[in-house]
Ligand binder design. Structure first.
Ligand code: ASP
Length: 311
């Protein structure tokens, strides 16, 4: 049988067992499993890695537990500005959006940019005009409202801080969150996608790594598919996703060696906290992170898999 596999993440950061209740943990595990199963079912039926990645990310965007789509954090104006990107390893096509408001599923808008525009990266108002033209679903502000996120934001405003969703201590209940998926389909094609609400109280049109092809997301059938989560500024400076692909392509490293070098060495040296999910062209999966934890799950056609949170 041709191997196929999928991996997803729901964000990395200071995720401590000591701060988790059994109920909360069960909710996260169930949400991750639901997204994983959704994507895996697409691959099992012979669907493309691109369809699997989009389906898994939509499931995570629709879940308020994660900082993407419905669960997106508040920016400094009390709004939700989302970033997303998607890339297909088959032909190196890619689509991305940044600073979009009221879009129900930013990952689907990214895919529309990739498949139905002449461009790769659309921002803000222009991206929303394109979304309307393409019949992409919008939601009112109330759809994105979440009391916990609102409290996080109020706290951030008081402290005049800008916080990564992972590390905010606005309450005992911590939510973590950018989401992503990578997949290898039965035809041997790789795809990767990432979606996020960015950082709580962000201003000045701040853009993280998630929508940047090569930084937060990358896929190339010759090497690997990668989706990152962590301190975006450091991930941009390290061009993380493309660097892993390059280490495989130019240095002949395995997926594991390349992930190790970037996440456990290069990123650590500059203080880049976070992690990523990765799949190579023969279906190997790596889920490295240098933070306390990372919401993650994977499933391979050889029967291996798991849904995990801590180290
Ligand atoms: N990387 C994302 C950003 O900087 C945040 C995250 O992964 O949670 O926008």
């Amino acid at each position: 049988m041709t191997p196929f596999s999928i991996a997803i993440h729901g964000g990395a950061g200071t995720i401590l067992r000591s701060q988790m209740t059994p109920e909360k943990e069960a909710k996260y595990l169930a949400a991750l499993k639901a997204a994983l199963d959704t994507g895996y079912a697409v691959l099992e039926k012979g669907g493309s890695s691109l369809d699997a990645v989009e389906a898994a990310i939509i499931s995570l965007e629709d879940c308020p537990l994660f900082n993407a789509g419905k669960g997106s954090v508040f920016n400094s104006e009390g709004r939700h500005e989302m970033d997303a990107s998607i890339m297909y390893g088959k032909d190196l096509t890619a689509g991305a959006v940044t600073g979009v408001k009221n879009i129900k599923n930013p990952i689907s808008l990214s895919r529309a940019v990739m498949e139905r525009s002449q461009h790769v990266f659309l921002a803000g108002n222009g991206a929303e005009i394109f979304a309307r033209e393409q019949g992409i679903a919008f939601e009112d502000d109330s759809y994105f409202f979440d009391q916990f996120r609102h409290d996080q934001w109020q706290q951030a405003q008081k402290e005049e801080g800008v916080f990564l969703d992972h590390n905010i201590a606005a309450s005992d209940e911590k939510k973590f969150g950018t989401v992503g998926a990578v997949a290898l389909d039965k035809d041997g094609h790789l795809a990767a996608g990432t979606s996020t609400g960015g950082m709580t109280n962000k201003k000045f049109g701040r853009v993280g790594d998630s929508p940047i092809i090569g930084a937060g997301t990358y896929a190339n059938d010759n090497t690997c598919a990668i989706s990152c989560t962590g301190h975006g500024e450091l991930f941009i400076r390290s061009v993380v996703a493309y660097d892993i692909s390059c280490l495989m392509e130019y240095k002949g490293m395995t997926l594991r060696e390349a992930c190790d070098e970037v996440v456990m060495n290069k990123l650590v040296k500059i203080g880049g906290e976070g992690g990523l999910i990765a799949i190579d062209r023969i279906g190997n999966v790596e889920l490295p992170f240098n933070s306390e934890g990372m919401y993650r799950a994977y499933r391979k056609s050889d029967g291996n898999g798991g849904v995990l949170i801590y180290k």
